[in-house]
Design a binder for this molecule. Structure first.
Ligand SMILES: *Cc1c(COP(=O)(O)O)cnc(C)c1O
Length: 375
């Protein structure tokens, strides 16, 4: 065997996630592993919870980090809240809305799909009409930041509509948390999930989630057991409930949680609003450069996510050639199109630690060279 240690190349990650992980977070990851029931570790988990409450802008006590990627956070929200008796309206405007549909189907609940066009925000009027036509609906689910297209939906308005129709809300904030305004309590979000590797710029594999008091009540009152043992919140909550009360459920990814703690601390030290402003500022700089290069955005300006910029690939330019060139010549990763936009768009991420001026400059000059070379 000639297998040697794996030394990854030093890339700049400007795709749809993972984003660049700072040295500070990487250093946290490399600290000594301790037991997951060690009192020092339990104290750190309590701080992770507090920092997550800040990031989500919530006082929900049922706030924690699932030991698995964003997709598991999605699944945790759906399987804990929904039973076959429920009717769920899923607002679908991209790939991640489609995954919500898939979750509801597998639970066997009644599914109502409210479609909005890809590349656009979820249309509040479409949700309103769908709820009027389906008065039995008791849940509304939507994606705040649709990473497949770069569209930003108005979460506050969608939650208001859902509340007026007595529905609980399930919100995908995998790409929005830390990148754009998000206020779980003020907006009345009942269940929310995110991911460590997007605007938090932590290593992949952890999913922050939070449930409102009302949603926690629904979970407590379930008679049908949650079909997933691992994601059953009534069990996981016992594991996250602090010193003295803590019951073994599974072994937490100890070092990854050090990294999450550090990345959330960085967010708190920067200030949430400052982080949102930084993403917007870097997005503006990138958009100005794209206009100069003749690259057109898919999403109308008012509905764009600063942290995920999707642009049409110019006619006659080969998608794969450009992305390979950027990777080889510039160690720069950008994202390919997804779903309806496969082969037709690039997705350029400015998430978390990646959202810095030096990366905007690198991306624009590398793309300029690539376009000149391959046109
Ligand atoms: C990345 C992403 C997910 C899935 O997260 P994973 O960590 O890849 O499982 C879900 N929803 C949205 C909007 C995403 O961008």
């Amino acid at each position: 065997m000639s297998i040697q240690s794996f030394i990854p190349p030093q890339r700049t990650l400007m795709g749809p996630g993972p984003s660049d992980v700072s040295q500070r977070v990487l250093s946290a990851l490399a600290r000594p592993t301790i037991g997951h029931l060690d009192p020092n570790f339990i104290a750190m988990m309590d701080e992770v919870k507090q920092l997550l409450q800040y990031a989500f802008q919530t006082s929900n006590s049922n706030t924690m980090a699932i030991s698995a990627p964003g997709s598991a956070g999605m699944e945790a929200c759906f399987v804990n809240l929904i039973t076959p008796e429920d009717t769920v309206v899923v607002c679908r405007n991209g790939v991640f809305g489609e995954r919500m549909v898939e979750n509801v189907k597998r639970i066997g609940a009644k599914l109502v799909i409210a479609d909005s066009p890809w590349g656009r925000a979820v249309d509040p009027q479409i949700l309103e009409d769908t709820l009027k036509n389906n008065p039995q609906a008791n849940f509304v689910a939507f994606v705040h930041a649709e990473t497949s297209t770069g569209a930003r939906s108005d979460a506050k308005t969608l939650c208001d509509i859902a509340k007026r129709h007595q529905c609980l809300t399930i919100v995908d904030a995998v790409t929005s948390l830390g990148g754009i305004e998000l206020r779980v309590d003020d907006w009345g979000i009942d269940a929310i999930y995110s991911g460590s590797q997007k605007c938090l710029s932590c290593v992949p594999g952890i999913s922050p989630i939070s449930f409102s008091e009302q949603a926690s009540e629904v979970i407590r009152n379930r008679t049908l057991p949650v079909q997933s043992w691992f994601l059953d919140q009534s069990l996981v909550m016992g594991y996250w409930s602090g010193e003295g009360k803590r019951a073994y459920h599974h072994t937490a990814p100890v070092n990854s949680l050090y990294a999450l703690h550090e990345s959330l601390l960085m967010l708190q030290q920067e200030g949430l609003e400052n982080a949102w402003t930084r993403h917007q500022k870097q997005h503006k700089a990138l958009a100005t450069g794209f206009a100069r290069l003749g690259l057109d955005f898919i999403v109308p300006e008012a509905e764009r996510l600063p942290q995920l910029n999707s642009v049409y690939i110019p006619k006659g330019i080969d998608d794969a050639n450009v992305r390979q060139f950027l990777l080889q010549e510039y160690n720069l990763e950008i994202g390919a199109g997804l779903g309806q936009y496969a082969g037709k768009a690039w997705r350029i991420g400015l998430m978390g630690f990646t959202a810095r001026s030096e990366n905007v400059v690198l991306c624009l000059s590398a793309l300029e060279n690539a376009l000149a070379k391959f046109s």
